[in-house]
Design a protein around this ligand. Structure first.
Ligand SMILES: Nc1ncnc2c1ncn2[C@@H]1O[C@H](COP(=O)(O)OP(=O)(O)OP(=O)(O)O)[C@@H](O)[C@H]1O
Length: 306
């Protein structure tokens, strides 16, 4: 339903995105995760045709956003950055004016959407008097009025209280259940993403570091607690051969590297191995590990020491 391929974007010579590709299936709720400045908003901006990529392309269905912007975005509803409203007008008048820009205003359909987002009682009041949560609901109503098939949301729960976050989560899950809505949203709130998303794309410094379920992070770089002597000899040996030193006596191995092979190689090079046990990590630990800035490139093959 939505796809980006080979996205590159730099601002003032500084890369914000480097070769980012991923896709979102029809009816999927997909989270775009990463630290501040990882490139999430730039990616959404490119999908919405608001940011021009240096290289690469975004597609909605099989229509290229860069080649046929209007047609591609016909199926898309979005909340991008802080939605701008006419503060001195009521919510209803805002929806009427904003719907008029992009097509026909349908009062009955708008009334239904307003009820759906729980704003019926307050829809005639000035937007200037709305709380942050009410503005978000109004923005959601605006995005849903054209009956899109895809929703793109930029940090949708930012600044909402816990009730607002729960309301939003239930709302999105209902939309998917009822209409098969496809949703892509930016977040750095791991817990929220975990509760809502089928799959995620995780960015680190503009590069994709994981695409799949959050749970599958567990398989990407299993961690082991080790007791190796002498450590001063074992640590550089492990790093040289593709392992990552996480802390004293804690290492991560590339998924395709069998621990038995590592142990044999360590023993073979004269290192005493008295412990080598897998460690269970929380999702938060895994996320923090994968989004942490790497100290160096460790993608080396495993070569037993001479
Ligand atoms: N219009 C712009 N001009 C210059 N630099 C920009 C612009 N937009 C984004 N950047 C830079 O590109 C990088 C990625 O920014 P982006 O906003 O996409 O990150 P993000 O993951 O959405 O961050 P956050 O979680 O803080 O919103 C950052 O270094 C940012 O400073």
């Amino acid at each position: 339903m939505l796809r980006v391929s080979g996205l590159h974007k730099s601002f003032g010579g500084r890369p914000a995105l480097q070769n980012v590709s991923f896709q979102v299936e029809r009816g999927e709720i997909h989270g775009l995760l990463g630290h501040n400045g990882a490139g999430k908003s730039t990616t959404l901006g490119i999908i919405l045709g608001m940011v021009e990529p240096d290289q690469g392309e975004a597609w909605i269905g099989d229509i290229s956003v860069q080649k046929n912007h209007a047609a591609a975005l016909q199926q898309v509803g979005a909340i991008f950055e802080s939605p701008a409203f006419y503060e001195y007008l009521g919510g209803w008048d805002n929806l009427k004016i904003l719907a008029g820009y992009s097509g026909r205003f349908d009062a009955a359909a708008t009334k239904e959407v307003v009820a759906r987002v729980g704003l019926t009682e307050r829809i005639r009041q000035k937007v200037g008097s709305y709380s942050h949560g009410m503005r978000q609901r109004l923005a959601l109503a605006q995005a849903l009025i054209p009956e899109p098939k895809v929703l793109l949301l930029d940090e949708p729960t930012d600044g909402l209280d816990p009730e607002g976050i729960k309301w939003f989560r239930d709302f999105i899950l209902d939309l998917r259940a009822e209409r098969g809505m496809t949703v892509l949203f930016n977040s750095h709130l791991l817990a929220e993403v975990e509760q809502m998303c089928d799959r995620v794309t995780i960015l680190r410094e503009g590069k994709l570091v994981h695409e799949g379920s959050l749970k599958s992070l567990q398989d990407e770089a299993p961690v082991y607690e080790v007791n190796l002597e002498p450590w001063s000899q074992a640590a550089p040996f492990l790093e040289l051969n593709g392992a990552r030193i996480i802390g004293p006596g804690k290492i991560a191995l590339p998924p395709d590297l069998e621990p038995a092979i590592v142990v044999a190689a360590l023993v073979g090079s004269g290192i005493r191995v008295s412990a080598f046990a897998p460690v269970r990590r929380s999702l938060e630990d895994l996320y923090l590990e994968i989004t942490a800035t790497p100290s160096k490139d460790l993608a080396l093959p495993f070569i037993p020491a001479a």
